[in-house]
Design a protein around this ligand. Structure first.
Ligand code: SF4
Length: 326
């Protein structure tokens, strides 16, 4: 191992810890960066800048650069060689320009995450996030019309997280997602899976109800600007909860999470990837209420059985037979 590699590793660790202290929950690492870091053991490493402190000791090879879990005092991010920092990106930073699609032979970027917080720290972090979210005034029109900010509900330790579109009138009034008719149907779906609402986590792309000026009732789809503005709250929420599987309910949830506008009919039933988390798109319960089609209900149920299989949940013969024509 070259001597400079230890400096680079220490600088990387310091930078990640500083990002973590400043609230970053996720760091995207391209395979190219990892390859370069690995290769540094066998070739000349980039020269550290003078601001990078010399390592106190050689780190074990197995040390993870994002292993620390205890809160750390805020500190300024340590400088890294430009060739490395240019390719680091975090979920809390402004979106970086899209890079051209990689050739088929290049593996997808590897996404590393900090370990999930212990239950007490997680509850505290979620409460801190909730307080910041309910105080949000980034969308003046929604702030003036909302009754509540609908943060999310459920088990912070949930393995399964549902993401919907935006609060409706009932959700706005009660401050909880999916409590209207569509919410009742979602609850039935969750129950049919053998779970309860309190065992999963439910949130929306938008935390405030989209306003409908001049209309006393009715809903509208969030605008792209509203979704972009609000998404960091959900991203931070997901980063804390770290569910094993996510379900995107409806086209708006898919657009918000994946940036895909292919349409829910094309995407439903096909596993997607949200920052390393398997994500199943399916129809929104409100759509099922509108169509009342058994075929659509069966499709959603098949999607939920895929989710159950992914979570290694048992599926009974009775469950497999739901909505199948006799
Ligand atoms: S919709 Fe989201 S970003 Fe806009 S005011 Fe509400 S919480 Fe803030």
């Amino acid at each position: 191992m070259q001597p400079g590699f230890n400096d680079l590793l220490d600088a990387t660790i310091a930078h990640l810890e500083a990002l973590r202290s400043s609230g970053a929950r996720q760091v995207l690492v391209s395979s190219q960066v990892l390859a370069e870091l690995s290769a540094s053991t066998g070739r000349k490493a980039p020269t550290p800048t003078p601001s990078v402190p010399a390592p106190a000791a050689v780190r074990p090879a197995s040390a993870s650069p994002i292993a620390p879990t205890a809160p750390r005092p805020p500190s300024a991010p340590a400088a890294l060689p430009a060739s490395v920092t240019a390719r680091w990106n975090t979920a809390t930073q402004a979106p970086a320009p899209r890079t051209p699609p990689a050739p088929a032979s290049v593996p997808a970027p590897i996404i590393t995450r900090p370990p999930k917080l212990d239950p007490i720290a997680l509850a505290a972090a979620l409460e801190n996030l909730r307080q910041r979210t309910v105080a949000c005034v980034k969308c003046p029109n929604l702030v003036s019309s909302r009754k509540n900010v609908v943060f999310g509900v459920g088990d912070p330790q949930a393995r399964l997280m549902f993401v919907g579109e935006a609060p409706g009138a009932d959700e706005d009034a009660q401050g909880e997602p999916f409590v209207g008719l569509a919410g009742e149907l979602l609850t039935k779906i969750i129950t049919a899976m053998g779970l309860s609402r309190s065992q999963v986590y439910i949130a929306n792309i938008l935390k405030c109800r989209p306003d409908t000026p001049g209309q006393p009732y009715g809903n509208r789809k969030p605008t792209p600007e509203e979704m972009t503005t609000c998404l960091p709250w959900l991203q931070e929420q997901i980063g804390l909860i770290q569910p094993q599987v996510m379900v995107a309910l409806g086209v708006t949830a898919v657009e918000g999470l994946l940036g895909k506008t292919d349409g829910i009919t094309r995407l439903r039933g096909k596993w997607q990837n949200y920052q390393g988390i398997p994500l199943m798109p399916t129809y929104h319960p409100a759509y099922l209420l509108r169509t009342q089609l058994t075929t659509d209900k069966r499709k959603v149920w098949e999607d939920m059985m895929s989710v159950m299989e992914r979570l290694q949940m048992p599926i009974s013969e009775k469950q497999r037979g739901y909505f199948v024509a006799k």
